[in-house]
Design a protein. Structure first.
Length: 154
């Protein structure tokens, strides 16, 4: 099977029903995407597929063939962090950090779709669960990133 992950074509020999999460983590060693609940409730496994947030724990690999998959590993670089990553640090969002890659990917999808989101837009889009309760800082970080000119969310 041919996938496009972080801009690179990747050939995988896995069961087509394997959840995308396990293909990313176990086969491709892209461990930034986390396993949380396994039932698409918590969002720790969120990646972007064709720009949209997607829970990878319940998505079979066969469902994303030919689509652009982006994981947290490709959101930004240490030299050029994504505006959301910069805002996450400035707003001191992470506590334990486990949910953060999924939160960032969901926020990136939101900002691509809605460059200047309202609080209501953020609340509707950010359905990820944070056991540490950093929701107010997440909202502040999304607003901060949205103020960054030329978001160019990739």
């Amino acid at each position: 099977m041919q996938l496009i992950i972080n801009g690179t074509p990747v050939a995988l020999e896995v069961d087509p029903d394997m959840p995308l999460l396990w293909a990313l983590r176990d086969v491709l060693n892209l461990t930034g995407t986390k396993f949380g609940c396994g039932v698409a409730a918590c969002g720790a496994c969120t990646v972007r597929v064709n720009g949209e947030a997607l829970r990878s724990c319940v998505t079979p690999v066969s469902a994303v063939l030919g689509k652009r998959i982006q994981t947290i590993e490709a959101l930004g670089t240490s030299d050029r962090p994504h505006p959301l990553q910069t805002a996450w640090v400035a707003e001191q969002v992470p506590q334990c950090g486990y949910c953060q890659s999924g939160m960032l990917m969901a926020a990136a999808a939101l900002l691509q779709r809605t460059p200047k989101p309202t609080d209501a837009d953020i609340d509707e889009a950010m359905t990820n669960i944070c056991r540490c309760g950093s929701y107010q800082r997440v909202r502040a970080a999304i607003h901060r990133a949205a103020k960054t000119s030329s978001m160019g969310v990739a």
